[in-house]
Design a binder for this molecule. Sequence first.
Ligand code: SAM
Ligand code: CA
Length: 300
Amino acid sequence: MAATGDAQPAKHQEVGHKSLLQSDALYQYILETSVYPREPESMKELREVTAKHPWNLMTTSADEGQFLNLLLKLINAKNTMEIGVYTGYSLLSTALALPEDGKILALDINRENYEIGLPIIEKAGVAHKIDFREGPALPLLDQMVDDVTFHGSFDFIFVDADKDNYLNYHKRLIDLVKIAGVAHKIDFREGPALPLLDQMVDDVTFHGSFDFIFVDADKDNYLNYHKRLIDLVKIGGVIGYDNTLWNGSLVAPPDAPLRKYVRYYRDFVLELNKALAADSRVEICQLPVGDGITLCRRIS
Ligand code: SAM
Ligand code: CA
């Protein structure tokens, strides 16, 4: 593990801190660099209201909220379900991600907590997408399983409720969620990427033609790639940059013993993270998965 200053006090006192990251400094870095600067005002307001509630530990964290929001846009989700609403942080992040005619069936045994968040959801102009049902989820799921018109009808289902029922939920939800299909072809090209990207940028037929681009090559070229890929990816498409936490070295003190290549590429990764967070052409989500991956959805 990288030296991340264990002597420092834990800075984040946020509710909903459920990250598995071992370093508080690294989690704080993600929140401050990639999450809070891009958090919609309404989600911030709901997060702050929820923080004052006695059960605030139940809330979805801001980084997970950002992840859900991006994921739902990526899969073009329209019809979704949420089991376990509490004050509605994940519900609001879902509602903001869905198109105007999107729908969320939201289930919770407790309406009172939902009503804490409801005025903020209404103010955000997304309440019309939500169909909140008070009561235990299982009987309602049983009703839906009995009605074949519900089979395969949900693009996305978020379960965040009573863990002792998860297997019971899964048995029913597997019928209610859509079946996915994937297919792809590989066209392998040997050689440095940059000249090939330059050729493609010069040919407008490639512009906006990629749904997804995964970058996991020479980190000192990531920003050069980004300058070109932004033209090649579709509006609404995604570029994924891998290793954006760079062995945790980003928050290491200056005298930390780092391997030579880690130290060499570190400044390039720091520069990339700053540039992506400031790039208004993309929505971003930096995930602490593996060595960190930053997803960028092109919006303009
Ligand atoms: N996703 C929420 C958020 O972003 O704040 C947090 C949900 S909280 C962890 C769990 C919720 O599950 C509580 O609001 C609780 O009332 C609800 N719950 C517990 N048992 C349930 C059941 N059988 N059916 C539906 N909801 C239930
Ligand atoms: Ca949760």
